[in-house]
Every structure is written in C-alpha cells, then in structure tokens.
Design a protein around this ligand. Structure first.
Ligand code: SF4
Length: 216
C-alpha cells in the first residue's frame, strides 16, 4: 500500500527534473539565438543547430508567449545551415544544381500548367521574375522547378538524388525543406524571400543568381 505514493513521488521528481532541464536548454538556445543575431557569429554551429532542431517547437512557443518574432528561430537555423553546408554546395558542379522556387513567387496572372511530376511548367511569359531566370538556367542546363507544395519538393529530390539544391522560400518553409534535405545528405543552400505572403511574393534574383552560379 505504501509503494504506490512513493512510485508517484519518484515520477513527480523525474517530471520536475525534465522540466528544469528543458527550461535550462531553452534559455541556452535563446541566448545562442540572440548572440548570433547580435554578433553574427556562432561558436559551435553543429551543436547549436542540433539544439535548435530538437527544441524547435517549444522555442517557437516560448517566443510567441514572450512577444518575440518567432521567425527568428527559422532565420537563425537557415543561416547556420547555410554556413555549415556552403562549401559542399559551392563545390558542386553548376550543371548538377537545381533551383526550387515557391509557387507564390509567380504572377497571379500566371497561365502555366501544373504538372504533378514537373510542378509549374513556366512558359516564360515575363509576368514574373521566374521567366527570365529560367531562360538563363535553360542556357546553362540548370533545372528550375516551381513547387506547388512540400510534397512536390520531396518528389523532385527523389528523382534527382545527386543534385545540389538551391531553395528559395519564406522562413518557415525554407527551414523545413532544409531540414528534410539535411537528413538526405544533399548539398543545399537556402535564400529567403524578401517579401513573403501567399501571392506575388518577391526575392532578390541577383542574390539567387550569384549563389546559383557561385563556386568555391
Ligand atoms: S514567367 Fe513563368 S511562372 Fe512567371 S507568370 Fe509567366 S509562366 Fe508563370
């Protein structure tokens, strides 16, 4: 009869210890994020990225409760991942690179057909920035995809497992896609949109071009 309360007391102590450890880790992660935002450098990038990946959802919740812009978690993860993977990406052959643009970057007047295998089949109508960029990529045998969703990106990557991938998206989508690619060990680089939203978003194509054609 006496064993039952002691079992629950042990369980309670374990629970409290877990909460304390989680709280300490969240504080460390928050400190690292702000240190990186202020000083623009990170001391142990891989360990920090691991910590941020593990605490991703609790961290975002904490930032929302604290009235802090939660997108900073994604932005910092993207920056760290770019820093870790850039050598691998820039060492890859340019013709092995593929570019994945988000669906929302198109003009709302886009007449391109959507194919489940190829995504949006851009006809280079010139109503958005993708058309001219695709023209340049076609001349350099670089594949361009306009992704109607995350599952499409996974399908593309399955079909091109030896590619290096340049991803363009908003912070949450980009971070998620980069995490997926990291598990597959694919060289990658991520560029954030400069204007987000669901329609007619924008990106600095000069930056995209520079990174696409950049070498080590
Ligand atoms: S350039 Fe391509 S993606 Fe952009 S609106 Fe025209 S067809 Fe659509």
């Amino acid at each position: 009869m006496n064993e039952l309360p002691s079992f629950f007391s042990v369980l309670g102590v374990i629970f409290v210890i877990i909460i304390i450890i989680l709280g300490i880790l969240l504080l460390i992660a928050t400190f690292l994020i702000f240190r990186m935002v202020r000083k623009k450098k990170i001391v142990f990038p891989k360990a920090t990225l691991f910590l941020l990946d593990v605490l991703y959802y609790p961290l975002k919740r904490l930032f929302v409760y604290s009235n802090i812009d939660k997108s900073v978690v994604d932005k910092v993860e993207i920056e760290i991942r770019n820093g870790i993977l850039k050598n691998e990406y820039f060492s890859s052959k340019i013709e092995d690179r593929i570019v994945v643009f988000p669906y929302c970057l198109r003009s709302i007047e886009c007449k391109a057909q959507v194919n489940p295998e190829l995504g949006v089949n851009c006809i280079k109508c010139g109503k958005c920035k993708i058309g001219n960029f695709k023209e340049m990529c076609d001349e350099n045998s670089i594949k361009v995809f306009i992704a109607p969703g995350g599952s499409f990106v996974k399908r593309v990557l399955k079909r091109h497992p030896h590619s290096s991938v340049l991803l363009i998206a908003c912070h949450a989508e980009l971070n998620e896609m980069m995490r997926i690619l990291s598990t597959k060990g694919m060289p990658q680089y991520g560029v954030l949109l400069k204007k987000t939203g669901c329609i007619e978003t924008d990106v600095d194509m000069e930056i995209v071009k520079e990174i696409l054609l950049g070498v080590n």
